[in-house]
Design a binder for this molecule. Structure first.
Ligand code: HEM
Length: 337
């Protein structure tokens, strides 16, 4: 880490610390108040994604969603997303994610501990649940394609991940029919996918690591502390639209807001490195802050809670899945696909 210097009220690192998805160097912002200040400052925008390829490609989707747009275009696109989100009930999402998770755990499609759950449970169950709630006819197939899409959605993805994402998107567009009406529902699904899966897997791993003590944690408290401690979206990128002289920032400079560091700021969180679901905590910054926070915090927590409900119903309140037997070579049997 470079040494930290105070530049106005914002602490930015003395030298650029991080390399952006496009290979540019960026300044890191790490303090809680400083991250809040950048995310609330209209002089910063979300960096534009690289120029789009053909209609129907993942690069076209990036250029079509609210997530990478700014100003009025962002607001118009976001309002279409909010309209669709308004049709989703967090309580119904939780209950359906619980039912789907319970079915999967009881059907024998999953054997193993928390570390095996990511691919089999944490990724597909929330996506199947969202797909069903949004009226997709084949929730399981939809989830598979969304997972492929999500793997190459963010700028900086590898060419291989982008080509799997292109294939997933092509299958989804064939299901939906029209490219334009596809953008809001696909924005929701693709934004939800990796972050929600990471939240669930981290929560299951925390239960497993804590052993019997985890039995005293409510699922709400567990999720709140996992969200703070291991933010599934650990950074937010911004680019200065103009010179921000009092902060030593020049137009075009990129700034990386380090949410994980902000959530461990000792000025705000007591004993920040301690994982403690019983802690009283001020709001953390995991779902963003300021001008354009995540619009789906309740839905994300509902989906994750539903899967954790199923896990705890299956393995008890402390969520200790039995370790699968190993064969003579010391390998675990592969989970049934
Ligand atoms: C643990 C799960 C999640 C986390 C941590 C998370 C976090 C975030 C963050 C930090 C942003 C803003 C990024 C920025 O300002 O640069 C964002 C945007 C967004 N998220 Fe989430 N998210 C999660 C789950 C979801 C879910 C489940 C949905 C949909 C059901 C969703 C939909 C969106 C959308 C549509 C945006 C773009 C908003 C805009 O362009 O203004 N997210 N999310």
């Amino acid at each position: 880490m470079g040494s930290e210097v105070s530049s106005g009220c914002l602490h930015v690192s003395a030298r650029p610390e991080a390399v952006s998805a496009y290979g540019r160097l960026m300044s890191l912002v790490t303090g809680y108040e400083d991250v809040q200040a950048v995310l609330a400052d209209g002089r910063y925008a979300v960096p534009a994604p690289p120029p789009p390829g053909p209609v129907g490609s993942v690069s076209w989707l990036r250029a079509s969603v609210c997530r990478f747009a700014n100003g009025e275009l962002h607001d118009v696109r976001l309002s279409a997303v909010l309209e669709q989100l308004a049709g989703l009930s967090p309580a119904a999402l939780r209950s359906d994610a619980r039912d789907r998770g319970a079915a999967l755990l009881s059907e024998g499609r999953f054997r193993g501990g928390a570390s095996e759950a990511h691919e089999v449970l944490s990724r597909p169950v929330p996506m199947e649940t969202l797909a069903a709630a949004m009226g997709f006819p084949d929730p399981r197939g939809t989830a598979t394609h969304v997972i492929a899409l999500a793997g190459g959605y963010f700028p900086g993805s590898s060419p291989e991940a982008e080509s799997r994402a292109d294939a997933g998107l092509a299958a989804l567009l064939a299901m939906i029919g029209s490219e334009d009406s596809a953008v809001p529902p696909l924005t929701i699904m693709v934004q939800a996918c990796e972050a929600t899966a990471a939240l669930i897997s981290r929560s299951l791993a925390s239960l497993e690591a804590a052993g019997d003590a985890a039995g005293t944690w409510s699922s709400e408290a567990l999720l709140a502390e996992v969200v703070r401690h291991w933010p599934p979206a650990p950074v937010c990128r911004r680019q200065a639209k103009e010179d921000i002289t009092e902060r030593g920032v020049t137009r075009g400079d990129e700034v990386l807001c380090d949410i994980e560091s902000a959530n461990h700021d000792p000025a705000v969180f007591a004993s920040p490195e301690l994982f403690d679901p019983h802690r009283e905590q001020p709001p953390n910054l995991t779902f963003g802050s300021g001008i354009r926070p995540c619009p789906a915090r309740p839905e994300a927590l509902a989906l994750a809670s539903g899967v954790i409900d199923a896990w705890r119903e299956c393995y008890g309140p402390s969520g200790q899945a039995p370790r699968p037997a190993t064969n003579r070579a010391g390998r675990r049997p592969r989970p049934t696909p």
